[in-house]
Write a protein that binds this ligand. Structure first.
Ligand code: NAP
Length: 255
């Protein structure tokens, strides 16, 4: 792959301050993109932006007005050519414990925010005749897991959005795809391990084993592996990969 195939391109990575988003932002910058990262934690964003000579914009993507303000700030920087919808959060509860507030919270951040950001940025990509939209969904967007009705519903929603928009965008030069990891070694997995350890009283090692044993590879995916998949989808030669779900979970979900 050429070393600077995104030179001159502007990329927005939501939730780019840590975890998968930080790995994606770093890889996009390494192939020449100017990268904007957004999220709520100023210190994370500033540190990451400084490391890649990028731009940090704080934003709570669960707040529509704040998201619109962030998008206006991004617009002032130029046309976004690469959008990575990465910001997200997970919570788990049985059905009876999944109250309206949890449902709304998870749907707003994991589904509505990517939809609204995509709707805002895609028209300029279409006008330019080139663009890449990649949403970090989850293998929970392809199958069901226990105690995660709201998270699974939200991730299924962005997979559905990706497939529908792929039809609409077919002749525009803009591709849209979803990346669907299994458990990835980030704060999100750390929190799940702590939750399982707390609820079962079996300790952190056993809780980690519970996650890794879900995958035939018996391991967590690394953020760099997800970033690699995103980078591939952003290449000019990836223009035929459209409306797809790229699954990275060591063979956990095979469809
Ligand atoms: P993470 O380390 O918890 O990072 C989540 C990112 O999203 C952070 O940068 C966070 O920044 C941002 N974010 C969360 N709430 C936000 C809000 N309201 N407004 C703006 N930004 C917000 O988790 P991660 O694993 O990197 O997750 C990245 C994506 O991968 C998510 O969409 C997640 O669902 C998906 N995913 C993760 C796994 C996994 O096992 N880790 C598996 C499958 C899919 P702030 O907190 O500073 O706002």
């Amino acid at each position: 792959m050429d070393s600077d195939f995104l030179r001159g391109r502007l990329a927005l990575v939501t939730g780019g301050g840590r975890g998968i988003g930080a790995a994606v932002a770093t890889r996009l910058a390494a192939v020449g993109a100017r990268v904007v990262v957004c999220g709520r934690t100023r210190a994370d964003l500033d540190a990451l932006a400084a490391s890649i000579d990028g731009v940090a914009i704080t934003c709570d993507l669960a707040d529509r007005a704040d998201t619109d303000r962030m998008l206006a700030e991004v617009a002032a920087l130029g046309r976004v050519d690469v959008l990575v919808n990465n910001a997200g959060a997970a919570e788990s509860a049985p059905l009876a414990g999944t109250d309206d507030a949890m449902w709304d919270r998870l749907l707003e951040l994991n589904a509505t925010a990517p939809f609204r950001v995509t709707r805002s940025l895609v028209p300029a990509m279409v006008a330019a005749g080139w663009g890449r939209v990649v949403t970090i969904a989850s293998n929970a967007g392809l199958t069901g897991y226990g105690y995660t009705a709201a998270y699974c519903a939200a991730k299924h929603a962005v997979v559905g959005m990706t497939r529908a928009l792929a039809v609409d965008l077919g002749r525009t030069g803009v591709t849209i795809n979803a990346v669907c990891p299994g458990w990835v070694a980030t704060q999100m997995a750390d929190q799940a391990i702590a939750r399982i350890a707390d609820k079962t009283g079996r300790g952190a090692d056993a809780a980690r084993d519970a996650l890794t044993s879900m995958s035939p590879q018996r391991r967590l995916i690394e953020p760099a592996e997800v970033a690699h998949a995103v980078l591939n989808l952003c290449h000019v030669d990836a223009r035929g990969i459209h409306g797809q779900t790229v699954v990275l979970d060591g063979g956990q979900v095979m469809k």
